[in-house]
Design a binder for this molecule. Sequence first.
Ligand code: HEM
Length: 148
Amino acid sequence: MALKYLALSSLVVLYSLMFLGGYVSAAGLGLTCPEWPLCPDGLMPGEAYLVEWTHRLVAAVAGAMIVATAVCSWFNRNSYRTIRVTSVTAAALVVVQITLGAVVIDTLLHAVLVAIHLGIGILLFAMMLLTTLFAFRIDRQPPIKTEA
Ligand code: HEM
């Protein structure tokens, strides 16, 4: 029951993050915050760093939610192989994506790395969409009976 809502909210947060990433890129704000993991102002950055810092903050929240979805999918008693594969793949991709985000900044927005960052984002979204659909399907199945 909780799994489907966790998966769905992770998907919504992920979609917002990708939207924000597109804005960061199109508005040329990718290098406004040159340090990692925090911006020069620390935890509460000023206006100059706000958009890029928000992209990082939402990435951290999305990362935690996607990993939590994978853990819940794995331990759900009605879980099956496909949802385990998609959710664990999503968890692995989110770790790679966050690491790559740091490298993108470190390499001053190397074009190939920015393109890979977009490509992994799309793959990640696809894995979370499948995970969400599978989680809703699990919820419609009768619970597996365990012997007392
Ligand atoms: C789950 C995590 C993340 C996702 C799904 C994600 C997704 C995206 C997307 C879709 C874009 C737009 C790319 C484009 O239009 O070509 C973008 C841009 C960007 N992301 Fe992320 N991102 C994530 C994490 C991070 C992190 C942790 C950082 C590091 C600090 C970061 C740094 C950037 C930068 C600098 C850009 C702008 C690149 C440019 O100016 O062309 N991202 N992100």
